[in-house]
Write a protein that binds this ligand. Structure first.
Ligand SMILES: [Zn+2]
Length: 244
């Protein structure tokens, strides 16, 4: 392999290495907004849960109001029945009316118990709201922390990219324009523009090289391109064997 060709291949491999690192960093960078978005969804879910809990507790309070109205109606009925006692004509009627009043009082007692129970339910509801509020705050705090880390990460990725970009410009400057054109075309099609040949097989697309291309590659005097994937080919052992 001529030393020019060795130099060129080494530069192409350097370029491929830099391009690969850039692609990895870009993938990481692109992932950040997506992750942020899903974190934001967790915050929104917590807010929706809080809203649902508030609605539920409103329902508890509405039920208490109903129970209180029912109790008032029962008290009113007892009051009325007590007044009616005066109108009893016989002892038997009086006794019946009294037992009716006793029954109404029992019902009133049950209604009062239900109201007390409902107070407990509402108190539990207040605690549920507090818990949901705490989860909203927690999610917001988590999001802030994550966002900060994500911004730092993005900034550090950008720093790495800047370094790689400078390196890339330098490497490309040393490579001939027509070779770069071939490299760039294959790189944009396959991600890599240069690849090794092992046992007469292109390691990029795994096609077998023609005997003619094999001997051209072994002679090491000219650029050989895979006829299938158009990547620039090289023999790893030729690079290792040659001093550079
Ligand atoms: Zn190929």
């Amino acid at each position: 392999m001529t030393s020019d060709l060795i130099q060129q291949t080494l530069q192409l491999l350097d370029l491929a290495g830099v391009d690969e690192q850039r692609a990895e960093i870009l993938t990481l960078t692109e992932g950040v907004p997506r992750i942020l978005k899903s974190r934001k969804r967790a915050s929104a879910d917590a807010a929706a849960a809080l809203e649902a809990t508030r609605e539920k507790v409103k329902g508890f309070q509405a039920h208490l109001k109903t129970l209180e109205l029912e109790l008032a109606a029962k008290e009113e009925a007892i009051h009325k029945a007590n007044g009616n006692l005066l109108n009893a004509n016989t002892n038997q009627e009086y006794t019946l009316m009294q037992s009716e009043i006793a029954r109404k009082k029992e019902e009133k007692g049950q209604a009062e118990e239900e109201i007390l129970k409902q107070f407990d339910v509402i108190q539990q509801g207040a605690q549920m709201i507090k818990d949901a509020e705490a989860r909203v705050a927690e999610a917001a705090e988590e999001y802030r922390g994550f966002e900060e880390r994500a911004q730092n990460e993005l900034a550090s990725h950008q720093g790495e990219l800047d370094v790689l970009d400078a390196k890339r410009v330098n490497i490309r400057r040393a490579i001939k324009g027509d070779v770069l054109t071939i490299y760039d075309r294959a790189a944009s099609a396959h991600g890599t523009g240069v690849c090794p040949v092992e046992s007469d097989i292109c390691q990029g697309c795994f096609s077998k090289l023609t005997p003619n291309d094999c001997s051209r590659l072994a002679a090491g005097r000219e650029l050989v391109i895979c006829r299938t994937c158009q990547r620039i080919l090289y023999l790893p052992q030729a690079l290792q064997a040659s001093p550079h």
